[in-house]
Structures are given as structure tokens and as C-alpha cells.
Design a protein around this ligand. Structure first.
Ligand code: ADP
Ligand code: ASP
Ligand code: MG
Length: 472
């Protein structure tokens, strides 16, 4: 089989874990599979890179850059020590790492002097997490005696738009990846940095936080892989976030459509765009646990199945805000909604959910917390107090969603959802049902969010697991 395997930040969290990953890779390779590995940064490194880029631009202290350089060097040298036994390979990898860390240091010092941090430089700086991880993973594989080559996303052929922080692959990616990686697949385990690509001018871009899942799917689609495997530290896609409800169970099989709804509605087990490339080539996606590799995990496929319970999973989006606009003159004023959405789109604001009161005199919508300021600015500029009288925002809210293909055409699901929440005295601020009918989502106060997730997980008895009953 041809398999693209992605390992998340926890899976490659330190040298011992990387050695374990390399052993897994060698085993699958020896079983006759062709393997492309997509690696994330070592756990926590992307956050530290972003924090230090910000510090450099605000404080401008070169001494802090030096401290950070030491921290990164120690962490990655330690990982090499634990992951790579062969001293010759270890030496080669350390040389590559030291060169890259020096480049990063120069860039951070540049930011200190400029006092400016553009979205392009944020992408450049944050790319170093994966660019420091890939040589270690590839070295760990070589140290076990298997041939391996390392590529950045751009070298592998991922060419993207210039939307720094949220870049999307251009169509030519699919051909280029096949040309660059296809011929090496027979002989080598190819290691590619997740999360990053290049624009057409060769400038580094990133695909958004958790973007390595998306990278794996893009490479899988380009190479027409038989399967795409996403290795994480959980037993697959579960009925809800196991950190919120420890009784959550693995969902053995789920459709592309449902997985997309879940990832879009906050199940941060998958980057929201992960499924798109896989779906276009009908490639099955497996979500597996690096630390429990024999467990089958979750299989994501095109078919929709009816399960024992109509609701398959409950998800939660935390970092959102509710914006409400109102004005007595809004009813009957044609084009208010169009103006609103145009203004928000121009400001690059992504709307998670919307709801319009039937009186039409107010309109509420949910945006990511990071977009609130730009949303408010765009709205004030657009409406200038005619028609819209008041614009308010509330950051202490969360979005909860219940997802399942069986919900389409099954009456009474909404009644059960809101009945159960009512019985638990949880107040609902806003409701929306996706037109796909694969999800019902609603807004609650932040303080009620965990209770809402637990209540619904219980109501639909998801703690019992959810076996497949029939194809839909
Ligand atoms: P990666 O290591 O690939 O980056 P993530 O950390 O992004 O993996 O995703 C795994 C995390 O997602 C888990 O730690 C879990 O807490 C969280 N999560 C949220 N919702 C779900 C869900 N429905 N199923 C599994 N994990 C979930
Ligand atoms: N390292 C990146 C992040 O932390 C991408 C990823 O892990 O998928 O967001
Ligand atoms: Mg992730």
C-alpha cells in the first residue's frame, strides 16, 4: 500500500517518542508499504516560536533571543541524543539543526531591530518547528537502517496562496508533488515537514494551526495514496473530546461529511480542511494512536452509515465571540445582511454561525475570538449608525455542536437536544442548524459549556460506543 502518515506534535514530542515513531515506520516499510511521513513540530515548539517572535517585536531584546536559541538548541539536541543511535547520522543531523537555528536567530534579531512583525514573518518564524523536527525524524529512520530523505513542504511541491497563516494549496501542487516525490517513494521513506508550503515566489507560508493534518491530506491526494493515516495521542476520533468527558468512545467509522462538520465545529482532533483533498480522490483517512498502534482507531470514508445512535459526536468551540447588531430600522431595509457579510468578508472575518431574529431587528453571529476586533471595526465603518443602532460583542461564550448523518430526516433530535439541556438548566443563547442537517449547533455561556457537552453525551448514550447498523 502507498500510505501518507502524519505524526502530531505529541507523537514526536521528544527523542524517545521519535525513536518509537521511526520503529513504527520501519515496520510498515518492511511489510512492503511505500511511506511518506508528515511531521509536526516537537510538542509545544510552535507556541514557543510564536511567543518569541512577538516578544522580539515588542521588547526588542537580543538577550531574550539568545536565551530562546539556547532553549531550542537544548531541546532538539536532547531529542537527537534519544532518537538517533548511529553517531554518524546524529552528527549530520546536529549540523543541519545548528545551521537552521542560526538562521532563525538572525531572523528574530532582525525583528528585534525592526520592531515589526508581519504575517509573512510570523509564518517564516513558525515554520522552524517543523523544519527542526523533520531532520530528526528522517535521521531516526536512517539510524535504524532504512533509507530516508527530508523535504520541506515547499520542496515537496506544496505551492500555496500568499494568505499567510491560512494558506491554501494551488492546483499545481498536485502535479508537482507527484513529480517530486513519486519517483523516490519506492526506495525511500520520505519525510516532509507538515504545516508549511511556499507561495509562487518561494516564500514560506503556513496552512494554519494544526495544519500538518492538512499537509498529509494534500500529499496523499497528490500521490493518489491508498490511505492517509493521522497518528495522534488519542484512540481516533471520539464521541467527544476525552479531556472533557473521560467516558468518550472511539467512533470506528465516520463519513467525510461528518468528520468535516466535527472538525469545523471545534473537534480540534482534525484541522478543518483536512478532509477536502482526501475526499476529492476518495482516499480513506485513518486516525490512529501512536502509543496504541494495534488499535484500529477511526476510519473516515465517503459512505455514510446509520449507527445505533443518530448523534455520533458532540464538539465544542471555545475561542469564539458572539456579535449582535440591532436597529429598529433594520426590518425591511433591503441589503443590510448583504452589506454586513461583504464588510466582514473584506476584513477577512470568518463567520462560524449566524442567526437572525424573526423580527429582523437584530442579527447575531459568531466569529473566532481573534477576529472580533476586525469584525467590530468593519461593522462600525460600514454602518456608521444609520440603520444599525447598536453593535455589541460577548467573548464569554462557546459553540457546542451535535453531529451525525443519521440526524437528517430523523424527527425529534432537536427536541431531545434542547430538552436535555433544559433539564440541566443550561441556557441557550443562540441556535443554528446546518443546512446539511448533519449538525445542530448552539451558543451557551462559557461556564455552561462543559456541562452542555456532558449532558448531550449522556442523552445520546455515546458512552456506550456507537456501532454501525446500516449504510445510508
Ligand atoms: P496532533 O497531535 O495530531 O496535533 P491534536 O492535539 O491536534 O493532535 O488532536 C488531539 C486532541 O484533540 C486530543 O488531545 C483531544 O483532547 C482533542 N479532541 C477534541 N475533540 C476530539 C474528538 N472528538 N476526538 C478525539 N480527540 C478530540
Ligand atoms: N506545529 C503546528 C501547530 O502547532 C502544526 C501542527 O502541529 O499540525 O499548529
Ligand atoms: Mg493538531
Amino acid at each position: 500500500m502507498k500510505i501518507v502518515m502524519k505524526f502530531g506534535g505529541t507523537s514526536v514530542g521528544d527523542g524517545k517518542k521519535i525513536r518509537h515513531v521511526a520503529q513504527l515506520l520501519k515496520r510498515y516499510h518492511e511489510e512492503g508499504n511505500q511511506i511518506v511521513v508528515v511531521t509536526s513540530a516537537l510538542g509545544g515548539v510552535t507556541d514557543r516560536l510564536l511567543e518569541n517572535a512577538r516578544l522580539a517585536s515588542t521588547k526588542g531584546k537580543v538577550s531574550l533571543v539568545k536565551e530562546f536559541k539556547t532553549e531550542l538548541t537544548n531541546k532538539h539536541h536532547e531529542a537527537v541524543k534519544d532518537a538517533i543511535e548511529d553517531p554518524r547520522v546524529a552528527k549530520e543531523v546536529l549540523q543541519v539543526l545548528d545551521l537552521r537555528i542560526e538562521e532563525l536567530e538572525k531572523a528574530l534579531i532582525g525583528i528585534c531591530y525592526l520592531g515589526e512583525l508581519t504575517s509573512r514573518s510570523i509564518d517564516y518564524i513558525s515554520s522552524y518547528g517543523e523544519r527542526l523536527a523533520a531532520p530528526i525524524v528522517s535521521g531516526a529512520v536512517r539510524s535504524l537502517g532504512a533509507a530516508s530523505i527530508e523535504y520541506t513542504g515547499g520542496e515537496a511541491g506544496i505551492v500555496t496562496t500568499s494568505d499567510y497563516g491560512n494558506a491554501r494549496p494551488l492546483e499545481k501542487t498536485y502535479e508537482l508533488v507527484l513529480k517530486r516525490l513519486g519517483c523516490r517513494l519506492e526506495s525511500h521513506i520520505l519525510v516532509v515537514t507538515g504545516f508549511i508550503g511556499e507561495n509562487e515566489d518561494g516564500i514560506i507560508t503556513t496552512l494554519g494551526r494544526s495544519g500538518s493534518d492538512f499537509s498529509a491530506s494534500i500529499l496523499g491526494a497528490a500521490l493518489k495514496a491508498d490511505e492517509i493515516w493521522l497518528w495522534k495521542e488519542v484512540n481516533g476520533i471520539m464521541t467527544t473530546d476525552p479531556r472533557i468527558v473521560p467516558e468518550a468512545k472511539t467512533i470506528p467509522q465516520i463519513s467525510y461529511a461528518e468528520a468535516m462538520e466535527l472538525s469545523y465545529f471545534g473537534a480540534n482532533v482534525l484541522h478543518p480542511r483536512t478532509i477536502e483533498p482526501a475526499m476529492r480522490e476518495h482516499i480513506p483517512v485513518r486516525v490512529k494512536n501512536t502509543f496504541n498502534p494495534e488499535f484500529p482507531g477511526t476510519l473516515v470514508v465517503a459512505e455514510k452509515f446509520q449507527c445505533r445512535h443518530v448523534v455520533k459526536a458532540v464538539s465544542l468551540i471555545k475561542n469564539v465571540a458572539l456579535i449582535n447588531i440591532s436597529g429598529a430600522e433594520m426590518p425591511g431595509t433591503v441589503g443590510t445582511v448583504a452589506r454586513l457579510f461583504t464588510a466582514l468578508a473584506r476584513a477577512g472575518v470568518n463567520i462560524v454561525m449566524i442567526s437572525q431574529g424573526s423580527s429582523e431587528s437584530n442579527l447575531s453571529f459568531v466569529v473566532s475570538e481573534s477576529h472580533v476586533e476586525s469584525a467590530l471595526k468593519a461593522l462600525h465603518a460600514e454602518f456608521n449608525r444609520e440603520i444599525v443602532k447598536e453593535i455589541t460583542s460577548d467573548r464569554n461564550v462557546c459553540v457546542v455542536a451535535v453531529v451525525g448523518a443519521g440526524m437528517a430526516g430523523t424527527p425529534g433530535v432537536a427536541k431531545r437536544v434542547f430538552g436535555a439541556l433544559g433539564n440541566s438548566m443550561i441556557n441557550i443563547i443562540m441556535i443554528s442548524q446546518g443546512s446539511s442537517q448533519y449538525n445542530i449547533s448552539f451558543v451557551v455561556r462559557e461556564g455552561d459549556a462543559f456541562a452542555a457537552v456532558k449532558t448531550l453525551h449522556d442523552e445520546f448514550e455515546l458512552y456506550n460506543g456507537n456501532g454501525i447498523e446500516k449504510k445510508l
